[in-house]
Design a protein around this ligand. Structure first.
Ligand SMILES: [Zn+2]
Ligand SMILES: [Zn+2]
Length: 273
């Protein structure tokens, strides 16, 4: 695309304005409530030069010739972000939430928010992911969803959100059952979770009484570690205590290398909602 390659020569900071934080895209809160896509081209730096009226495939006619509209790369990026977001697995309740919806109601929460914000700003030049732990109700799921949303929005990276629960293991276990619809897909699912650019593992905890579950989680941690992939964990337990002796301390030592371990214990966040 001639127009696109010409635009690529200019850095985003020159092409786009501060209003859209140099992304060309703005988020309109409330849009998803109406079942609409909450992202749109920036009304200040993109829309003024749009001549296609937002009609796909974003061309316009100039003296009988077809030309790419100036909005084309931005709209194509929005389409891509929406497709990635739709398959991210982020819970409906936490979709399209940003840092302003996370109240730092105490010191630890505020520190965690700052660490998360820092990661988002520096990504992909970050060495470590994040392991957020603390008692239930301290907003860890919300904060990890916010990080994933920000990364998908800013970088259009593939991201997945998985919650470690009975359902998660049951689904995985079903892939070994010849009568299940997902029979034989364990490898595909495991590979996908190992390779996706950003993974959030919500409610990470290892059941000592289920060796298969423990091994599944260990393999996941191991695969992410080996592939040096950015991973965010949340857990209700102190990893230094609960994971210390697991697999001879290997899970904990992997996690310590992969992630900054941040405590967010505090008053129950949900009481304020
Ligand atoms: Zn703008
Ligand atoms: Zn246009």
């Amino acid at each position: 695309m001639a127009t696109e390659s010409r635009q690529r020569q200019k850095p985003a900071s020159e092409r786009f304005c501060t209003y859209c934080e140099h992304t060309g895209i703005v988020h309109e809160p409330g849009f998803e409530v109406m079942g609409e896509v909450p992202l749109s081209p920036c009304p200040r730096c993109v829309i003024p030069s749009c001549k296609c009226g937002g009609e796909s495939p974003y061309f316009y006619y100039d003296n009988g010739e077809i030309r790419d509209c100036a909005c084309r790369s931005v709209r194509a990026r929005i389409d891509r972000i929406n497709a990635i977001y739709a398959r991210s697995g982020i819970d409906k309740k936490y979709r399209w939430r940003f840092f302003d919806s996370y109240d730092s109601i105490h010191k630890l929460a505020s520190d965690a928010k700052n660490t998360a914000y820092d990661l988002v700003k520096k990504f992909p030049n970050v060495k470590k992911g994040l392991f957020l732990w603390g008692n239930p109700g301290t907003g860890k799921t919300l904060l990890s969803s916010i990080i994933l949303t920000e990364l998908i929005l800013r970088h259009a990276v593939e991201g997945r959100f998985i919650k470690i629960s009975r359902t998660f293991f049951n689904r995985l276990r079903a892939t070994f059952n010849a009568e299940s619809e997902t029979y034989g897909e364990a490898n595909r699912i495991e590979r996908e979770l190992a390779e996706v650019d950003v993974l959030v593992v919500d409610d990470f905890g290892v059941q000592r009484d289920s060796p298969w579950e423990a091994e599944t989680l260990y393999n996941l941690v191991d695969a992410r570690y080996e592939a040096e992939k950015f991973t965010i964990f949340t857990s209700n337990n102190n990893p230094f205590k609960t994971l210390k002796e697991l697999s001879g301390g290997r899970i904990l030592s992997r996690l310590k290398e992969m992630c900054s371990i941040v405590e967010v214990s505090g008053p129950d966040y949900r009481d304020r909602l």
